[in-house]
Design a protein around this ligand. Structure first.
Ligand code: PEP
Ligand code: MN
Length: 359
């Protein structure tokens, strides 16, 4: 290359370098202004000020850069700084990976959620009897699945449907879990149930319908129990993580998230399993992320591929509703699998090589 051209190109590179340093400096100062304005309670963005700045620069423009191009360029630079200015005062969320880069691992008795192994949570939609719970627990135990679920306080769409056995149900759940040395999980619907529930359950479930029950979230945050938070029926991921933030902001760090399908126009499934939520939540938060394949699909025939998809997408485990006699179940009869189907589900998952469970 011509020596002179090369020289000029080097000068150009040096100018670019200086522009970069200046740009970085501008963005940094904008961030500091954002923080200061936030602390003073003042608005951070004033569009009229931006217009004044551009007009002022245009007046001082000696050429040869044309006015419109200059305006466009500075608008882009201002937008960059503005992003930073907004972020400057933004509170870092406790759930965020930016706050804590390593994965949160939740240990409950022998169960480890969010660690290197996957978990398989199973059990009926509702606790109905000791025999029912024993049948499921025995099957689970034989494949090394140690987290037994069963609803006792049921959020039903109709007030005339079975509402759950309440505390009686929780006692049954605990009795069977103790017999099989398992961990229990059950939904709590009001803050007043929290204290009694703590005697019987190891993990509090907050259901989809209660994802934005802020008093309940705060009450769960004030316990030292692990909480499984279900995504709301129509909740965005922002709303989901902020609901988890409510729990964490009260001092409880043991929160796990579970995608359970969202309501869309699709009717072939009960809800739409948002599989993209899994890698997004893993990326943006440090919390364990699970997938409930039963409530998200509402059907038995596609549980296995959906569970495989969940694990392939990075989920820490799956939840599947299992009942010894689904047809006779008092809630969610259509979507629960029986014991044989549970074994088939487990072996399909295990055989896929995707499931890193205990067995
Ligand atoms: C459940 O897990 O039994 C349940 C009611 O789920 P969701 O809150 O996701 O509907
Ligand atoms: Mn159910």
């Amino acid at each position: 290359m011509n020596e002179h051209v090369e020289q000029l190109q080097n000068q150009l590179d040096a100018v670019d370098q200086q522009l970069l340093v200046l740009l970085y400096e501008r963005v940094r100062i904008a961030g500091a202004i954002g923080q200061l304005m936030e602390s003073l309670g003042l608005p951070k963005y004033d569009p009229s000020q931006e217009k004044q700045k551009i007009d002022g620069l245009a007046k001082r423009n000696p050429g040869p850069v044309d006015h419109a191009a200059l305006e466009q360029l500075f608008k882009a630079i201002f937008a960059l700084s503005q992003d930073r200015q907004q972020a400057g005062g933004q509170r870092k969320l406790l759930v965020s990976r930016q706050t804590k880069s390593e994965d949160t691992i939740i240990r409950v008795k022998d169960a480890i959620i969010g660690g290197s192994a996957h978990v398989l949570i199973a059990g009926p939609c509702s606790v109905e009897s000791l025999e029912q719970m024993r049948a499921v627990a025995a099957a689970m135990k034989s494949v090394g699945a140690g987290i037994l679920r069963g609803g006792a306080f049921k959020p039903r769409t109709s007030p005339y449907d079975f509402q759950g056995l309440g505390l009686e149900g929780l006692k049954m759940l605990k009795e069977v879990a103790d017999e099989f040395d398992m961990v229990t999980i059950s939904e709590i619907m009001t803050p007043s149930q929290m204290e009694a529930a703590a005697q019987y359950i190891d993990i509090i479930q907050i259901g989809a319908r209660n994802m934005q029950n802020f008093d309940l979230l705060k009450a769960a945050g004030q316990t030292n129990m692990p909480v499984l938070l279900k995504r709301g029926i129509a909740a965005t991921l922002d709303e989901f993580v902020l609901a988890a933030e409510y729990i964490m902001s009260e001092g409880n760090e043991q929160v796990m998230l579970i995608e359970r399908g969202i309501r869309t126009y699709e009717k072939w499934t009960r809800n739409t399993l948002d599989i993209s939520a899994v890698p997004l939540l893993k990326q943006e938060t440090h919390l364990p992320v699970l997938v409930d394949v039963s409530h998200s699909t509402g059907r038995k025939d596609i549980l296995l591929p959906c569970a495989k998809a969940a694990l392939a997408a990075g989920a820490d485990g799956v939840m599947v509703e299992t009942h010894p006699d689904p047809q006779a179940a008092l809630s969610d009869a259509a979507q629960q699998i029986n014991i044989d189907q549970f074994y088939a589900f487990w072996s399909g998952l295990y055989g896929s090589g995707l499931y890193r469970g205990k067995m």
